[in-house]
Design a protein around this ligand. Structure first.
Ligand code: TYD
Length: 216
């Protein structure tokens, strides 16, 4: 039985997930809760090696199914070696992306088809899922501008066109609709402080014991 909580941040690129993961981690630590921040693909030595394989190179480097299997290979290593052991110690784990990204990116935006993703997901995950997922929703045009302004290195995913990002957004919103108990959608175009408040609000709603301890 795990005693920590598993929280995932999902959404398109340029939505500010990484900054907010840091802010949430700080808020929980202040409330006396030990946290672990991690990311996907990645988080363990093996999964970070797979990350390099999957994020570098041209967009046709891998077929859709190969890419999906690489994502799930990385994910399983991450779950077995980092996430589950941390939860068992009572640590709250915050992951920048998790399985919803596979459904949205590989299943929909990259066109593999949701049924393939579901099949692999069920075979690998054995019912393991986040306690809470925060979906950072934003108009892709605004998100793309943010990424450009930050002048970040474009991974082969960022280089995809606007249509791709629109499909991605819809896929994430559909996941949220199908999983209202687990997924909480926030407007990622709000100010940093507003977004942070909305995340803390979602957390205290989901975990009422936190009320009054994390500033929301
Ligand atoms: P990253 O630079 O971490 O992007 P971001 O800051 O937007 O999270 O790169 C991760 C990329 O991997 C991102 O474009 C989404 C993609 N991805 C998938 O396609 N499938 C997955 O299952 C995961 C976890 C990520």
């Amino acid at each position: 039985m795990s005693i920590g909580k598993f929280i995932t941040f999902e959404g398109g690129e340029g939505a500010g997930k990484t900054t907010q993961a840091e802010l949430l981690s700080n808020a929980l630590e202040k409330a006396g809760i030990e946290t672990l921040q991690t990311r996907e693909p990645g988080g363990t030595f093996g999964a970070e090696a797979i990350r390099d394989l999957v994020l570098e190179g041209t967009s046709d480097r891998w077929s859709g199914m190969t890419e999906l299997l690489l994502m799930y290979a990385a994910r399983l290593d991450h779950i077995e070696k980092l996430i589950k052991p941390a939860l068992a110690r009572g640590v709250w784990v915050i992951s920048d992306r998790f399985a919803d990204s596979s459904m949205a990116y590989q299943g929909h935006a990259r066109g593999l088809g949701p049924h393939h993703v579901k099949a692999v997901h069920e075979a690998v995950m054995e019912g393991f899922e986040p306690d809470l997922t925060i979906l950072f929703d934003m108009d892709p045009v605004i998100a793309q501008k943010r990424v450009e302004i930050r002048g970040e290195n474009l991974t082969r995913f960022d280089a995809e066109n606007l249509e791709f990002h629109k499909t991605l957004r819809k896929a994430f919103l559909d996941i949220a609709k199908e999983n209202p108990q687990r997924v909480h959608t926030i407007d990622a175009d709000d100010t940093r402080a507003e977004v942070q408040n909305n995340i803390l609000f979602a957390l205290t709603k989901k975990f009422p014991d936190l009320a009054g301890k994390v500033g929301a």
